[in-house]
Design a protein around this ligand. Structure first.
Ligand code: CMP
Length: 139
């Protein structure tokens, strides 16, 4: 079914001017960018967005990294968009990511791994609502 998911192009990727290349990978996989904004996340936003990871040992570093530079937040639409986006991103750890995936190709480390993508349709809806108003999403 046609579905929406939420994507972030992370600071390591904006720093290396990879927004276009990464977005092209998403589009080539059949995903459509139906909302997009370039932002510099505040500490408060990053802590709230990654709230589920608050007790993890990497949480502080994750928040520091995600606020270290601009990111591009996107809403993606397509057939089975959540699974499709996860497939094109590859595994969280670029050392474990399939060749040809965005993370295998571009990620620097498990932290600086170039992209975030929602892991379920439920989380996608919550993550989209965190960054976008309904009027900003044009499907
Ligand atoms: P993301 O999909 O944005 O969700 C949480 C992020 O935490 C994850 O991608 C990784 O970039 C980051 N992270 C850093 N260290 C770890 C780790 N040891 N295990 C899982 N995620 C990690």
């Amino acid at each position: 079914a046609t579905e929406r998911t939420f994507s972030i192009i992370k600071p390591d990727a904006t720093r290396r001017n990879l927004v276009g290349k990464i977005t092209a990978r998403l589009e080539e996989a059949g995903l459509r960018v139906i909302a997009q904004r370039r932002i510099h996340m505040t500490q408060t936003q990053a802590e709230a967005f990654y709230g589920v990871h608050r007790e993890r040992p990497f949480f502080r570093d994750l928040v520091t990294f995600m606020t270290s530079g601009p990111v591009v937040v996107q809403v993606l639409e397509g057939e089975d968009a959540v699974a499709k986006n996860r497939a094109v991103m590859g595994a969280t750890d670029p050392k474990k990511a399939e060749p040809g995936t965005i993370r295998a190709e571009f990620a620097e480390s498990i932290e600086a791994n170039s992209v975030h993508g929602s892991d379920s349709a439920e989380n996608a809806a919550a993550e989209i609502a965190f960054f976008f108003a309904g009027v900003d999403i044009v499907g």
